[in-house]
Design a protein around this ligand. Structure first.
Ligand code: ATP
Length: 227
């Protein structure tokens, strides 16, 4: 973990979150806590607001009301800590197509820590990209590009991981490898919040359920568990 967290019985807490898009309520009165050593899945149909909720938690979306707390205090007082301690991986791979997997991984971990190239190469081999470490990412398949982004997780020491569609485009073996990585992370005391249309084979998963956008009877109150 990057740094000791003060009174961290919960890392993130959302209270009475409400978000509208284009005049439609995506969710309202949504409250939950993200505590160390837990994995939480944000669930709901297409368009229900899963990505929007993750982006709110990551501080990447301003179009909402309610309050988000970081370690018990309003998050806006601690943006520096939030940036250092919360990792967000979006549903796009977020890698540069002209660069190789090795160059991308160098860029992804740079700024937080120095990792020698042989260790980065080992990580790429671990995610099944051994033969492609020096090939431009534009020449990789969708699943291989996703693996480049996920290799970043092998070096991620942030206590909170927010993962949007981490399993997209991955084959069965890669899904199982990511599930093991997430389980290890949670066992070490990390907190993972993820969206996925694939039902992960993970024990003790918490759930935040969002309703169908545009169907007012089902969106009035989304339910957050673990709060
Ligand atoms: N950039 C945008 N501008 C306007 N509306 C948007 C934008 N992005 C998303 N929306 C709307 O917000 C709603 C929620 O989108 P969001 O991507 O959070 O849903 P989701 O549950 O993650 O969907 P999916 O399962 O398809 O990934 C959708 O109805 C969508 O139309």
């Amino acid at each position: 973990m990057t740094e000791p967290l003060q009174h961290a019985d919960h890392l993130l807490r959302a209270e009475a979150l409400e978000c509208e898009r284009d005049g439609r309520t995506l969710f309202s009165d949504l409250s939950f806590s993200i505590v160390p050593g837990t994995l939480t899945r944000v669930e709901g149909p297409n368009g229900s607001g899963k990505t929007t909720l993750l982006r709110i938690l990551a501080g990447l979306n301003d179009n909402w009301s309610g309050q988000v707390y970081w370690c018990g205090e309003p998050r806006q007082r601690h943006w520096d800590q939030v940036r250092r301690n919360v990792l967000y991986l979006g549903h796009r791979p977020g890698i540069k197509m002209l660069l190789t997997p090795l160059e991308n991984l160098q860029a992804l971990v740079a700024g937080r820590q120095y990792v020698p190239d042989n260790i980065l190469t080992q990580a790429l081999e671990q995610v099944g990209l051994g033969p492609w470490t020096q090939v431009p990412c534009s020449q990789l398949s969708a699943g291989q590009k996703r693996r480049v982004a996920l290799a970043r997780l092998l070096f991620a020491d942030e206590p909170v991981w927010l993962l949007d569609e981490a399993f997209t485009a991955l084959d069965v073996d890669a899904v199982a490898a990511v599930e093991r990585l997430l389980e290890d992370r949670v066992r070490q005391g990390g907190a993972v919040v993820m969206t996925t249309h694939h039902e992960p084979a993970l024990k003790g998963m918490r759930r935040i359920r969002l309703g169908a956008a545009g169907e007012p009877e089902s969106v009035a109150h989304a339910v957050g568990e673990g709060g």
